[in-house]
Design a protein around this ligand. Sequence first.
Ligand SMILES: [Zn+2]
Length: 223
Amino acid sequence: MKKLLQGIVDYRNHVLPDYRERYAALAGGQSPDSLFISCSDSRVEPSLVASSDPGDLFVMRNAGNLVPIAHASGHSTGDESEAAGIEYALLALGVTDIVVCGHSSCGAMKAVLDGKLPPNTPNLEAWLRHGVPALDMLRAKGPIDASRPEHDQLSQWNVLVQLEHVRSYPIVQEFLTKNAIRLTALWFEIASGIVYAFDEEERKYQEICGDFARKLLARYDLH
Ligand SMILES: [Zn+2]
Protein backbone atom coordinates (compact mmCIF):
# COMPACT_ATOMS: atom_id res chain seq x y z
CA MET A 1 0.00 0.00 0.00
CA LYS A 2 2.89 2.35 0.76
CA LYS A 3 4.17 1.91 -2.80
CA LEU A 4 0.69 2.45 -4.22
CA LEU A 5 0.10 5.64 -2.26
CA GLN A 6 3.55 7.01 -3.02
CA GLY A 7 2.91 6.23 -6.68
CA ILE A 8 -0.32 8.21 -6.60
CA VAL A 9 1.50 11.15 -5.03
CA ASP A 10 4.19 10.95 -7.73
CA TYR A 11 1.50 10.75 -10.41
CA ARG A 12 -0.25 13.79 -8.96
CA ASN A 13 2.94 15.81 -8.86
CA HIS A 14 4.71 14.72 -12.02
CA VAL A 15 2.31 13.02 -14.46
CA LEU A 16 -1.09 14.60 -13.99
CA PRO A 17 0.00 18.06 -15.18
CA ASP A 18 0.60 16.61 -18.67
CA TYR A 19 -2.80 14.91 -18.70
CA ARG A 20 -5.05 17.61 -17.30
CA GLU A 21 -6.35 18.74 -20.69
CA ARG A 22 -6.93 15.20 -21.87
CA TYR A 23 -8.84 14.23 -18.73
CA ALA A 24 -10.92 17.39 -18.96
CA ALA A 25 -11.80 16.52 -22.56
CA LEU A 26 -12.68 12.95 -21.57
CA ALA A 27 -14.92 13.94 -18.69
CA GLY A 28 -17.93 14.14 -20.97
CA GLY A 29 -17.54 10.64 -22.39
CA GLN A 30 -15.30 8.02 -23.92
CA SER A 31 -14.90 6.58 -27.40
CA PRO A 32 -12.20 3.92 -27.18
CA ASP A 33 -11.61 1.95 -30.36
CA SER A 34 -10.72 -1.37 -28.74
CA LEU A 35 -12.04 -3.75 -26.14
CA PHE A 36 -8.86 -5.22 -24.68
CA ILE A 37 -9.34 -8.47 -22.75
CA SER A 38 -6.27 -9.52 -20.79
CA CYS A 39 -5.15 -11.40 -17.71
CA SER A 40 -5.08 -9.64 -14.33
CA ASP A 41 -1.41 -10.59 -14.03
CA SER A 42 0.56 -7.64 -12.61
CA ARG A 43 3.25 -8.06 -15.28
CA VAL A 44 0.84 -7.36 -18.12
CA GLU A 45 0.30 -3.63 -18.67
CA PRO A 46 -2.00 -3.01 -21.65
CA SER A 47 -1.55 0.73 -21.73
CA LEU A 48 2.24 0.41 -21.53
CA VAL A 49 2.67 -2.16 -24.31
CA ALA A 50 0.13 -0.37 -26.51
CA SER A 51 1.49 3.12 -25.80
CA SER A 52 -2.09 4.10 -25.16
CA ASP A 53 -3.53 7.07 -23.34
CA PRO A 54 -6.61 7.41 -21.14
CA GLY A 55 -9.66 6.99 -23.36
CA ASP A 56 -7.99 4.65 -25.87
CA LEU A 57 -8.68 1.17 -24.51
CA PHE A 58 -11.75 -0.33 -22.87
CA VAL A 59 -9.99 -2.91 -20.71
CA MET A 60 -11.46 -6.04 -19.19
CA ARG A 61 -9.16 -8.18 -17.08
CA ASN A 62 -9.56 -11.41 -15.16
CA ALA A 63 -7.55 -14.46 -14.16
CA GLY A 64 -6.51 -16.16 -17.40
CA ASN A 65 -8.10 -13.70 -19.86
CA LEU A 66 -11.11 -15.99 -20.04
CA VAL A 67 -14.49 -15.33 -21.65
CA PRO A 68 -17.25 -17.82 -20.80
CA ILE A 69 -18.84 -19.13 -24.00
CA ALA A 70 -22.42 -18.06 -24.78
CA HIS A 71 -25.57 -20.13 -24.69
CA ALA A 72 -27.51 -20.05 -27.97
CA SER A 73 -29.75 -17.47 -26.27
CA GLY A 74 -26.78 -15.10 -26.06
CA HIS A 75 -26.50 -15.38 -22.28
CA SER A 76 -23.15 -16.22 -20.78
CA THR A 77 -22.50 -19.73 -19.49
CA GLY A 78 -20.50 -18.11 -16.67
CA ASP A 79 -21.43 -15.00 -14.79
CA GLU A 80 -22.47 -11.91 -16.69
CA SER A 81 -19.42 -9.70 -16.32
CA GLU A 82 -17.46 -10.54 -19.46
CA ALA A 83 -20.56 -10.70 -21.65
CA ALA A 84 -21.75 -7.40 -20.24
CA GLY A 85 -18.42 -5.83 -21.11
CA ILE A 86 -18.66 -7.09 -24.67
CA GLU A 87 -22.21 -5.79 -25.05
CA TYR A 88 -21.32 -2.39 -23.64
CA ALA A 89 -18.18 -2.09 -25.75
CA LEU A 90 -20.05 -2.89 -28.96
CA LEU A 91 -23.41 -1.22 -28.41
CA ALA A 92 -22.59 1.77 -26.21
CA LEU A 93 -19.01 2.56 -27.12
CA GLY A 94 -18.90 1.40 -30.72
CA VAL A 95 -15.50 -0.26 -30.53
CA THR A 96 -14.16 -1.60 -33.81
CA ASP A 97 -11.78 -4.12 -32.29
CA ILE A 98 -11.94 -6.87 -29.72
CA VAL A 99 -8.55 -8.12 -28.62
CA VAL A 100 -7.75 -11.05 -26.34
CA CYS A 101 -4.22 -10.86 -24.98
CA GLY A 102 -2.64 -13.81 -23.21
CA HIS A 103 0.84 -13.98 -21.80
CA SER A 104 3.74 -16.22 -20.87
CA SER A 105 4.09 -17.80 -17.40
CA CYS A 106 0.37 -17.35 -16.72
CA GLY A 107 -0.60 -18.73 -13.30
CA ALA A 108 -4.13 -19.47 -14.50
CA MET A 109 -2.81 -21.53 -17.40
CA LYS A 110 -0.44 -23.42 -15.11
CA ALA A 111 -3.40 -24.24 -12.86
CA VAL A 112 -5.54 -25.40 -15.78
CA LEU A 113 -2.64 -27.61 -16.85
CA ASP A 114 -1.70 -29.24 -13.56
CA GLY A 115 -4.88 -28.74 -11.52
CA LYS A 116 -2.88 -27.29 -8.63
CA LEU A 117 -4.62 -24.42 -6.87
CA PRO A 118 -4.14 -22.68 -3.54
CA PRO A 119 -6.37 -24.27 -0.86
CA ASN A 120 -9.88 -22.95 -0.34
CA THR A 121 -10.30 -21.35 -3.76
CA PRO A 122 -13.66 -22.74 -4.94
CA ASN A 123 -14.45 -19.71 -7.07
CA LEU A 124 -11.08 -19.79 -8.79
CA GLU A 125 -11.44 -23.50 -9.42
CA ALA A 126 -14.88 -22.97 -10.95
CA TRP A 127 -13.71 -20.01 -13.01
CA LEU A 128 -10.82 -21.89 -14.59
CA ARG A 129 -13.23 -24.36 -16.22
CA HIS A 130 -13.55 -21.74 -18.96
CA GLY A 131 -9.91 -22.43 -19.81
CA VAL A 132 -10.32 -26.19 -20.14
CA PRO A 133 -11.40 -26.03 -23.81
CA ALA A 134 -7.96 -24.54 -24.53
CA LEU A 135 -6.34 -27.59 -22.95
CA ASP A 136 -8.55 -29.78 -25.12
CA MET A 137 -7.32 -27.92 -28.20
CA LEU A 138 -3.69 -28.25 -27.17
CA ARG A 139 -4.15 -31.99 -26.66
CA ALA A 140 -6.05 -32.42 -29.93
CA LYS A 141 -4.04 -30.17 -32.25
CA GLY A 142 -0.62 -29.96 -30.61
CA PRO A 143 1.30 -26.79 -29.79
CA ILE A 144 1.34 -23.71 -31.99
CA ASP A 145 4.97 -23.19 -30.96
CA ALA A 146 6.56 -26.42 -29.71
CA SER A 147 9.63 -24.57 -28.43
CA ARG A 148 7.57 -23.04 -25.62
CA PRO A 149 6.98 -24.65 -22.23
CA GLU A 150 3.69 -26.48 -21.99
CA HIS A 151 1.89 -23.79 -19.96
CA ASP A 152 2.81 -21.24 -22.64
CA GLN A 153 1.66 -23.61 -25.36
CA LEU A 154 -1.65 -23.74 -23.48
CA SER A 155 -1.71 -19.96 -23.09
CA GLN A 156 -1.22 -19.47 -26.84
CA TRP A 157 -4.12 -21.81 -27.60
CA ASN A 158 -6.17 -20.19 -24.86
CA VAL A 159 -6.12 -16.83 -26.62
CA LEU A 160 -7.55 -18.38 -29.79
CA VAL A 161 -10.16 -20.37 -27.86
CA GLN A 162 -11.27 -17.34 -25.85
CA LEU A 163 -11.63 -15.37 -29.08
CA GLU A 164 -13.92 -18.17 -30.29
CA HIS A 165 -15.88 -17.74 -27.06
CA VAL A 166 -16.18 -14.03 -27.85
CA ARG A 167 -17.39 -15.01 -31.30
CA SER A 168 -20.11 -17.24 -29.78
CA TYR A 169 -22.14 -14.21 -28.67
CA PRO A 170 -24.89 -13.38 -31.18
CA ILE A 171 -24.15 -9.67 -30.91
CA VAL A 172 -20.54 -10.31 -31.91
CA GLN A 173 -21.69 -12.47 -34.83
CA GLU A 174 -23.93 -9.64 -35.93
CA PHE A 175 -21.09 -7.11 -35.94
CA LEU A 176 -18.79 -9.57 -37.71
CA THR A 177 -21.40 -10.18 -40.39
CA LYS A 178 -21.62 -6.42 -40.94
CA ASN A 179 -17.81 -6.35 -41.11
CA ALA A 180 -17.95 -3.77 -38.36
CA ILE A 181 -15.41 -5.32 -35.96
CA ARG A 182 -12.12 -7.18 -36.00
CA LEU A 183 -11.06 -9.92 -33.59
CA THR A 184 -7.36 -10.14 -32.83
CA ALA A 185 -5.27 -12.58 -30.79
CA LEU A 186 -2.28 -11.09 -28.96
CA TRP A 187 0.29 -12.77 -26.76
CA PHE A 188 2.76 -11.04 -24.47
CA GLU A 189 6.12 -12.57 -23.62
CA ILE A 190 7.13 -11.31 -20.19
CA ALA A 191 10.85 -12.16 -20.34
CA SER A 192 11.40 -10.09 -23.49
CA GLY A 193 8.51 -7.60 -23.28
CA ILE A 194 7.60 -8.51 -26.85
CA VAL A 195 3.99 -8.47 -28.06
CA TYR A 196 2.99 -11.05 -30.67
CA ALA A 197 -0.14 -11.31 -32.80
CA PHE A 198 -1.54 -14.50 -34.24
CA ASP A 199 -0.99 -14.61 -37.98
CA GLU A 200 -3.96 -16.45 -39.46
CA GLU A 201 -2.10 -17.15 -42.72
CA GLU A 202 1.01 -18.58 -41.09
CA ARG A 203 -0.96 -20.09 -38.18
CA LYS A 204 1.58 -18.85 -35.66
CA TYR A 205 2.29 -15.90 -33.38
CA GLN A 206 4.54 -13.27 -34.93
CA GLU A 207 6.23 -10.35 -33.24
CA ILE A 208 4.38 -7.13 -33.95
CA CYS A 209 6.88 -4.91 -35.72
CA GLY A 210 6.14 -2.21 -38.28
CA ASP A 211 6.00 -4.56 -41.27
CA PHE A 212 3.77 -7.12 -39.58
CA ALA A 213 1.47 -4.39 -38.25
CA ARG A 214 1.05 -3.07 -41.82
CA LYS A 215 0.39 -6.59 -43.07
CA LEU A 216 -2.28 -7.13 -40.43
CA LEU A 217 -3.96 -3.82 -41.16
CA ALA A 218 -3.94 -4.51 -44.89
CA ARG A 219 -6.03 -7.63 -44.31
CA TYR A 220 -8.79 -5.64 -42.66
CA ASP A 221 -11.26 -3.53 -44.50
CA LEU A 222 -13.91 -2.41 -42.07
CA HIS A 223 -17.10 -0.70 -43.12
ZN1 LIG B 1 -2.22 -14.77 -16.49
